[in-house]
Write a protein that binds this ligand. Structure first.
Ligand code: ADP
Length: 471
């Protein structure tokens, strides 16, 4: 049982790569925290810094209020489970699990009791005398978990532990690890690139990108209130639909216009837009986000929500049994049906995915009306990619501050790039001038040489030419 505090943690590898930037997180006792993000975003590095396997470049790490930056891994009271199991092939399952305890000189009866208890929890009692090579992937992963459990650590760190398992086993082990967390009532920190694992297992999720934390929240809040377009697109399958557009209308009747479509926003949403004036009837673009399940092709929806209905051409229908996916094109994307347009199959990409009821009668090739459940829509600033819709009135100031911060960063970056460009141009101009002067000097020297040449010599040189002329 333990709490962790990570304060302004940075990791800069000797190669110069900044893998983690300003990581701040307070983890409470018994939480199941998941670090999720695409490959290379700094998840494993953060976990390894917590484990003590990687030095913290700057910042502070506290376990139960004690600064542990300089503590060796074995003194941090944590156990780590790796993706590749890291079992000793020549030892039996029992010995693999007992090994760490033997090193710590724990009395044999106590080791025996712990190994047997862990084996019972994980359902691997019958394999205790087998060697790892005689086990399946799932069984090996259980042994790796067992080896961590017997240590009764304060914190469990799991680095992509299910990545080597097939899909079915992975979903089975997912629920087993969740049950294990409930049973052990210990703090778990779990790294994965799989958003389904994150959503189903975590009590809180940390979404990372390029070494930066994007958002820390409960699974449902991440889904309903993504702070930016990256989080919105990363969490949820199929991914959220994005349409670039503008806000038009009046302060009481705000429309989202995108492509050839126009949608009326409900008042409750409009009231939550941060800095509406900045976007309303201006050149500033927004990105309108709709999750696939927030499109409806049922007649009742289409009739009830006329001002939130758009027309789409259905390209492909995927009936999955429990639900049906419609891959469609919005009107602006539909090519003129003049028989002349030659469309490449590769370019022919649908720009809207709707998840509708499996009883839907919509067919491929249909042009249909679909209603948008605007109560669940998302709106992002096109430039900063941060949401402009607050969760609540109280949340508006935070969003405004984040927008301002991102704008400042973008301005600083643009200024830096402009300065770099100016420097490059100045360098190129200086080089060109240098070359010009060099050429000028060379020419002057040549001219001087020609002018200084003895007259007779010039005459002899000219003489044969005259001779040729005479010939
Ligand atoms: P993730 O776990 O999210 O896939 P990592 O934490 O492994 O990402 O890596 C984050 C970044 O740090 C990547 O750009 C990676 O190339 C770099 N990195 C990881 N380990 C090292 C290392 N030992 N030396 C230099 N760079 C590293």
């Amino acid at each position: 049982m333990s709490s962790l505090n990570l304060k302004n943690i940075y990791k800069v590898y000797p190669s110069g790569v900044t893998a983690v930037t300003d990581f701040n997180l307070d983890i409470e006792d018994k939480e199941f925290i998941v670090f999720v993000g695409p490959s290379g975003c700094g998840k494993s590095t953060t976990l390894r810094m917590i484990a003590g396997l990687e030095e913290i470049s700057s910042g502070e790490l506290y376990i139960d209020g004690v600064l542990v930056n300089n503590r060796a891994p074995k003194d941090r009271d944590i156990a780590m489970v790796f993706q590749n199991y890291a079992l000793y092939p020549h030892m039996t399952v029992y010995d693999n699990m007992a090994f760490g305890l033997k090193l710590r000189k724990m009395p044999k009866p106590q080791i025996d009791q712990r190994v047997k208890e862990a084996a019972r929890i994980l359902g691997i009692e019958m394999y205790l005398s087998r060697k790892p090579k005689a086990l399946s992937g799932g069984q090996r992963q259980r042994v790796a978990l067992g080896r961590a459990i017997v240590r009764e650590p304060k914190v469990f760190l799991l680095d992509e532990p299910l990545s080597n398992l097939d899909a079915k086993l992975r979903s089975q082990m997912r629920t087993e690890i969740t049950k294990l967390h409930n049973r052990l009532a210990t703090t778990f920190i779990y790294v994965t690139h799989d958003q389904v694992e994150a959503m189903t297992m975590g009590t809180r999720i940390v979404v990372m990108k390029d070494g930066f934390m994007q958002q820390v929240d409960t699974p449902i809040n991440l889904y309903d209130y993504p702070i930016n377009q990256f989080v919105a697109g990363f969490i949820g399958t199929p991914q959220m639909n994005f349409f670039t557009g503008k806000l038009t209308g009046t302060k009481t009747k705000v429309y989202v216009e995108f492509g050839m479509d126009k949608i009326l926003l409900p008042k409750e949403k409009v009231n939550l837009i941060v800095n509406l004036d900045k976007y309303l009837n201006t050149d500033k673009e927004i990105v309108f986000g709709i999750r696939p399940e927030d499109f409806h092709d049922e007649e009742a929806w289409v009739n009830d929500a006329k001002k939130q209905t758009i027309e789409v051409k259905v390209d492909v229908v995927e009936a999955l049994g429990s639900e049906t996916l419609l891959y469609c094109k919005t009107r602006s994307e539909v090519a003129p049906d003049d028989g002349e347009t030659i469309k490449s199959i590769v370019d022919d990409v649908s720009n809207l995915t709707a998840k509708v009821d499996s009883r839907s009668v919509t067919k491929a090739g249909d042009t249909v009306k679909i209603a948008i459940d605007v109560d669940h829509c998302h709106i992002f600033d096109k430039d900063t990619e941060v949401t402009i819709l607050a969760r609540s009135e109280e949340n508006k100031a935070d969003i405004e501050a984040l927008q301002a911060k991102r704008e400042e960063e973008a301005a600083a970056k643009a200024a830096e790039e402009a300065a770099k460009l100016a420097e490059q141009e100045a360098k190129a101009a200086a080089e060109a001038e240098k070359q010009r002067l060099k050429m000028e000097k060379k020419l002057a020297k040549k001219n001087k040489q020609a002018a200084d040449a003895p007259v007779e010599e010039a005459a002899t040189e000219e003489a044969p030419a005259e001779e040729t002329k005479e010939d």
